[in-house]
Design a protein around this ligand. Sequence first.
Ligand code: ZN
Length: 220
Amino acid sequence: MIQIDKLVRSKRKTLSLIVETDGTLTVRAPLRMKAADIRAFLEAKSPWILRKQAEARKAAPAQHRYVDGETFLYLGKQVPLRFVRDRKPALVLDRAFKLAQSAQPQAESAFQAWYKKQARAVLTERAGYFARKHGFEIEKIRITSARTRWGSCSAKKTLSFTWRLVMAPPEVVDYVVVHELCHLRELNHSRAFWAQVEAILPDYKGKRKWLKENGNLLVL
Ligand SMILES: [Zn+2]
């Protein structure tokens, strides 16, 4: 489903779609056009929109400014940032990211700490799930800050994942988890390795492609 980042209604007669340079979608619509009609139009145009968004985002990876309304990726969804009165903890996810006004100067580190914490919980849960289901043994899970190395696996059965991964959609997170788990059995990228990945996630290729094309978006 296509997300509308900004909807502007005016006395125009037709609908127009603008994919902004940062990949967000602005829709300009006639005053009385029904939401369902806008939706239907968006769905019909979705291949074009997705292609333009991918192009825009590749050209200009997000650089956050930590201003009200700016969006942040979490598990594949763009979540808006809202500033709130001072509170503890300074940052929570409650439909929106709610950040205490006074924490704005440290916004980046607050987000980073938040993502790290979520990454530990999400990745521990997902790795545990696949390990139990497919009989893998994990010794430890480490969370790193790597930028392009999404995960790794050591001979000591330690799986490492970058916290940036929890910005990606859940099925992409699962792909990286399964990829690293399979390295516990095959320490290379041989045919045998990919066969193991495929046996667990038959549609893994699309997720791998998603990471190649969108990995540069998983930044603060
Ligand atoms: Zn690998």
